[in-house]
Design a binder for this molecule. Structure first.
Ligand SMILES: Nc1ncnc2c1ncn2[C@@H]1O[C@H](COP(=O)(O)OP(=O)(O)O)[C@@H](O)[C@H]1O
Ligand SMILES: [Mg+2]
Length: 318
């Protein structure tokens, strides 16, 4: 990882209701990363972001953003952060230009019309700069939220569920916009409960569940480490039960006994001392005289990894 721009240590949050939303979060985000915080509803994503942005006070732990402690140097820290909140909140009667310029002013930044113009152009809002917010489509309003968040030239941008309830086209646009921002040196932390979004966008993925970060990993490594491979063999005629000679192999019958499914990963081989690869299985089947007429392999998706982790079936391996 590059030099960290955000360091979260031992962060907990217990709300006044007594509910513990965060249970000791440790996380470092490198400069220029796109980090996706993935987790089901209620996992604590918005709580975590809200603490970093100074909206919610932590119960314990520390957060240092761009070199500033978010409690002791709240103002300096917030100055370096842009936040696109989960809920759309904009002043309906203002023009796009006015609302974005006003946001910059809130951070006591000197006016910089050239910068605001660049932001609006990048977000395809330039043509709409004189329009009142209330006349814009939902997608355009969302872009205005992003423009506001960028108005004071932050180094870290938080996007809380940027594409929840957004149509496919706008999602794709949003993704390419996020990539452009990163190219300009902005560190991006987005939360999502859409797995494909994390898979598409992120350099690293953190999975949060019930207030705990259960995995933080480079996307590619996460898929490699936790991803299982699956081989599906279509049988010439259905089997009613697995032959006893295949006991101990991770096999199951599918499609009313017409398919034999083999799910494995390389860790299984280490753990069980049994070969766990396709050639070994095919050799064994051949020895047993079990034929097949078709064969398919696939790698589990991030979705399956996520469901496994969140339901606690798979332990994250170091
Ligand atoms: N102000 C609050 N008071 C009490 N509980 C809260 C408050 N805000 C959020 N929670 C609870 O904390 C948990 C995490 O919420 P949140 O951080 O919004 O999750 P996420 O963004 O991952 O959906 C949820 O169970 C939510 O109901
Ligand atoms: Mg949320």
């Amino acid at each position: 990882m590059t030099e960290p721009i955000l360091t979260i240590s031992g962060l907990t949050k217990t709300y006044a209701s007594g509910f513990q939303a965060l249970k000791g979060i440790d996380l470092r985000i490198g400069k220029g990363e796109i980090f996706a915080l993935l987790g089901p509803n209620g996992a604590g994503k918005t709580t975590l972001i809200s603490i970093v942005c100074g909206i919610v006070t932590p119960s314990s732990g520390t957060v240092v953003a761009a070199g500033h402690d978010i409690v002791r140097e709240a103002r300096a820290a917030r100055f370096r952060i842009g936040l696109v909140p989960q809920e759309l909140t904009t002043d309906a009667f203002e023009s796009v230009w006015a609302t974005v310029s006003f946001s910059r002013g809130l951070f006591r930044r000197q006016p910089n019309p050239a910068y605001i113009e660049k932001v609006l152009r990048d977000l395809s809002l330039w043509e709409k700069r004189k329009n009142k917010i209330m006349t814009l489509s939902g997608g355009m309003k969302r872009r205005v939220m992003i423009a506001k968040a960028l108005s004071h030239e932050p180094d870290i941008l938080f996007l809380d569920e940027p594409t929840a309830g957004v149509d496919v086209e706008l999602r794709r646009e949003m993704w390419s916009m996020v990539r452009r921002l990163r190219e300009e040196g902005v560190t991006i932390i987005l939360t999502t409960h859409y797995i494909d979004e994390a898979e598409e966008m992120a350099d690293r993925i953190g999975i949060i569940n019930k207030g705990e970060l259960i995995v933080v990993e480079e996307k590619a490594k996460l898929m490699q480490k936790l991803g299982k491979r699956r081989l599906t063999l279509t049988l010439p005629e259905p089997m009613t039960a697995l032959p006893p000679a295949l006991a101990g192999w991770p096999l199951s019958l599918k499609a009313a006994g017409n398919q034999l499914e083999y799910t494995f990963d390389k860790h299984d081989a280490v753990a069980t001392g049994q070969p766990r690869d396709i050639p070994s299985l095919l050799r064994r089947l051949n020895e047993l005289g079990i034929a097949f007429k078709d064969l398919n392999t696939s790698q589990s998706s991030l979705e399956e990894i996520f469901v496994d982790l969140v339901s606690g079936e798979t332990e994250a391996r170091p």
